[in-house]
Design a protein around this ligand. Sequence first.
Ligand code: ASP
Length: 452
Amino acid sequence: MDLIVSKFGGSSVASSEKIEQIVKIMKLNRSRRCIVLSAPGKAPGFNVKVTDLLIDVCGKALGNQDYSAPLADIKSRFFAIYEPLGVRKDNLSKVLLDLDERLKSASEQPAKFRDLVVAAGEDINCRLFADYLNTAGIKARYVSPKEAGLIVTPVFGDAQPIPEASMKLAALKSVCADNVIVFPGFFGVTEAGDVATFSRGGSDLTGAILAEAIDAVEYENWTDVDGIRSAHPLMVDSPAQITALTYREMRELSYIGFNVLHEEAVKPVMRKKIPIRLRNSNNIDNGGTLIVAERLPGERDVVGIASGSGYCSFTLQKFLMNREKGFGRKLLSIFEEMNLSYEHCPSGVDNISLILDQEQLKPETPSAIIRAINEQLVPDDIKTEFGIALVSVVGEGLVRKIGVLSLAASALSKAGVNIKMINQGSSEISIIFGIDAMDEKKAVNALYKEFF
Ligand code: ASP
């Protein structure tokens, strides 16, 4: 039987109507037999996500403060969603008691306590949803990560699935034959049996892990947008929707500016080449965006233009640098020792630049870097520049098509944008331009016009 894993994010479970919409979506395709849910997100009249309320409760509990107000908000949120759907009050109260139990548990290990409490958003939501499905005539079963064997590393707040988890989870395939599975996103259990969450947005990862484990034919990720657009709507007016792109293209786009899926969610599905489809639960007529291992040749050469600002560069000049062994290594180790990561490192005959995300720097960091470089590498000159934007042209077609770089560069020059740096990644599927942050919008629009 073909199985689809369907993950619904916080906005798709935020009200009774949204929950009904999920049932409608499930009925449209009977292969949707493994449902992963987030905790309820924001909705009209509810401007805080349940996960954020839980984090608040947790902080207050750990600080011995009164947390009754956010706790009451969480409970009334679940009542507001599930009571109108016919879930019985006594059942709702019973499921919600679990939250009180978690809050009673020992809190000597704050991170462990936090994860146990914060994971309750997804867990309670799934118990109630499964209950609702059964009353609505769909045979459903809530499955806990513990029972199913979603074992994760004991890194609270940033756990990772252990490789063996997938083998255990594969047994869910047969459970899907008789029941729709309702599985909470965002957390697993450690070998010691403690609840440990992924990083924020981690329900995407749960969906991907399950899709891999049960050999799903597709991993659907339902949110409140139609799919991925070829440029950011804040940069370009009504950018076109991307119908299909590859995992690699998605990775390049989300590297700067595109907020698509949780970063770690691609890895499990990529291993088995399972397509991911991003869909909008408010607009089910739109087919969404498909993310696949290979897309058809003949589709667009360039799929998207991504951009982001807030970068800075350190450029060193030294005559005969090319002959000096270990120069690059020493330069990179200066940054490593200061615990700074870099984005790009374009180099010329006698010069080399390092581009960094400026946000990592403290006010004193740039002078410390310059001091260390001067001491250890004795360059002829060193220049720093702040307020750089990176603009990236992304597409598998870049490998096969001649002249994309020249088209892009001339579009930027026609728009009067000065290019400070060009980097064609080794993957060859992106060309990244470093420009003045003031020109970001102008540059994205010029490139968008050129390629779309
Ligand atoms: N509820 C969690 C969060 O808000 C996890 C998720 O929705 O994916 O980050």
